[in-house]
Design a protein. Sequence first.
Length: 73
Amino acid sequence: MVTAELIEKLEKLSPELQKQVEKTIDQLLVEKVNPDDTLAEKPKLKREFGGLKGLIWMSDDFDEPLEDFKDYI
């Protein structure tokens, strides 16, 4: 009964939110395996390309010469 309700709710979410839910579930499962054993090796979560998209930026003048090195150029 609960499983069917969760699946219905999951299907209503966007694909991005579904991935977040999956990652959260994976983290909960890892914590459940060894909640008190902090030294135990935890399984590594699967990495995905584009996970940091939008979080890292570069200044427009990144490639411009620095004024500190003007005398040497």
